[in-house]
Ligand binder design. Sequence first.
Ligand code: CTP
Ligand code: MG
Length: 226
Amino acid sequence: IKFWAIVPAAGVGKRMQADRPKQYLELAGKTVIEHTLLRLLQADVFAAIAVVVSEEDPYWPDLAVSQHQKIITAPGGKERADSVLSGLKTIREQASDDDWVLVHDAARPCITAADIHYLIDSLVDDDVGGILALASPDTLKQVEGKCITGTLDRSHIWRALTPQMFRYGMLKTALEQAQGNPAITDDASALELQGLQPKIVEGRPDNIKITRPEDLALAQFYMEQQ
Ligand code: CTP
Ligand code: MG
C-alpha cells in the first residue's frame, strides 16, 4: 500500500483580489505553494505528489520545487473536483485502487508533518477514509434571508479542512460520478454522494486556508508560532 498526495493548485484566487493566484503570493520568504509542498515533503510518506496547475500558469515552472523528483505536474480543471480528478489520472499507471491518496489544498501552507501523520495513523485501518476537521467555536445559526430560523446543534457540525484521505479507486469513482455537481466542494462530499461515511479526525486551528487578504498575515503568525 502506497501513499500519494494530490495538491489542487489551479484556482484563480478570486476572493484574494491579488495580481496573481494566491498560491503564488509571498509568505515568510517563499510562495504559499512552496511552503505547502515543503511540508508535504517533510512528512516523508508520499510515493509522489501530484500538483495540479492551470495550463496557462506562468509561475509554476519558475519554482525550483516543480522539478523535484517526487513532484508530478498535472493539468488543472474547471472546478476543484475536476482538478483533483486530473491529479488522480496522472498517477493512474503507478497507483493501485487500495493505495491511499491525501488531497491537500495548495492554499493551506500551515499544515504540519505531525498533522499528516496523525491523519494517516487515525485512518489507515479504516475502509473509507476521512478528513481533518474542526469544531466551530461560534454558535451556528440557520438563516432564511436575514431571519434566524434555528440554532444548529454544534456537536453534529464540523468544519472540513484538508488533507482528506481516501482510497485511490473509491475517490476516483466518486469524483467521476459527481462530475458537474456544484454541491461537491470537497473530496468527502463526493464519497458521501455514494452513500459512504467518511470519518472526521480533529485537526488544528492553525491549518487555515488562505482565502482573503488578511489571511496571509494570519498564516505568517501561525508559522512563527509553529
Ligand atoms: N483549485 C483547483 N482548481 C480549481 C479551483 C480551485 O485546483 N478549478 C484549488 C485552489 O488552487 C486551492 C484549492 O483548490 O488550492 C481550494 O480552492 P479555493 O480556496 O476556493 O481557491 P480558489 O478557487 O483559487 O479561490 P476563489 O474561490 O476565491 O477564487
Ligand atoms: Mg474556489
